[in-house]
Design a protein around this ligand. Sequence first.
Ligand code: AMP
Ligand code: MG
Length: 409
Amino acid sequence: MNGAKQPLKSLDDALTQLLGYAEPLTGVEQVSTFAADGRVLMCDVVSALQVPPHDNSSMDGYAVRCADLADLKQPLPVSQRIAAGSAGSALAPMSVARIFTGAPMPAGADAVVMQEDCVVQPDGQVLVQVAPQPGQWLRRAGEDILLGAKILSKGERLTPASLGLAASIGMNQLSVARCPRVALFSSGDELVMPGDVPAEQMQPGALYNSNRFFLRALLQRMGCEVSDLGIVPDRFEATVAALQDAAQQHDLILTSGGVSVGEEDHIKPAVQSLGQLDLWQIAMKPGKPFAYGRVADAHFIGLPGNPVSSFVTFLLLVRPFLLRLQGVFDVAPKFIAVNTHFTMARADKRREFLRAKRNAAGGLDVFANQSSGVLTSAVWGDGLVDNPAGCTIAAGDSVRFIPFSELLA
Ligand code: AMP
Ligand code: MG
């Protein structure tokens, strides 16, 4: 299909359609909690205990019964010593218990006095100097996690904090979605691999393959198992064979280049001969041309060749697609509102994703050259300004900003 006369598709429509194809992968993997960072949970995690398991002290000091301290001038004997990891006994009346952070409260005690507010007398008795409030310096049993509480949900992407939370209820293994297996190809006769030809010997028209480097790194950050198949040979039969082979063992075949309108390219006819290919023209800048197709049971996604277009379409379309394959429901990147410190006097017909950077004054600066071939903009920037079609930007305007930290995690 030649997309020359196709109407532009909105990014939201393109994403909705793409996510509609992203049937979550079947198969569950049991992994050590240590190894589960960034993986997606395949079942809810419900707690069989409460955390903390018992009321405990949040200070080094003395566990007391507040009613025993009506007269602050009267020192009280220390009837027991309770360190973290040991359990005390009921607090004897008119006495205090030496207690340390994390140690369980003895029965009968209703507050902790920090040691800085006490004076130990020569005979070892303790004079409390500040009247305690019932409940002070206590951590209540179950204040973090109640018995039976759902602490993590199916479809949630695990973070370092969630691994700690799972460990806090004793989970040393977690059920997660398997990693998407992705075959990565580059297309374009002009492409040369760094290392193959020294810079001074590059032929006119030749270009180092930069997309391969950031696409592989992006896929790895998304938890994919990547087969990097390099630059596919520039022959129809060889391309068909490579695609057929890749489709057997991969969930997704990802390529860059060769999806522009009207371009003669060997990947396009090869995908079309094996399965189906839709060429989309998306109303976004950078990143207008985009392809989705299927080869046997594998998904096929063709990204534009221009490096920034490839980078941005990966972040805004492929990333959510890969998350959905792993069972994540909420895949939309979160934006923040930031005030610009720049002006964009010329409105574009397409929704633009400008490479921008937060400055020390809390505002946003924009990279001067927003060309889709200028990869420097993506390194200089720390996120994308999502500027609606037809909109200019004046200094001080509040814009939608999606930090790369949100998109690269
Ligand atoms: P295409 O989408 O194939 O028309 O390519 C658009 C532009 O991106 C051309 O200037 C290509 O040379 C360039 N390009 C395509 N693939 C890559 C790549 N892997 N690395 C760097 N530039 C590329
Ligand atoms: Mg090309």
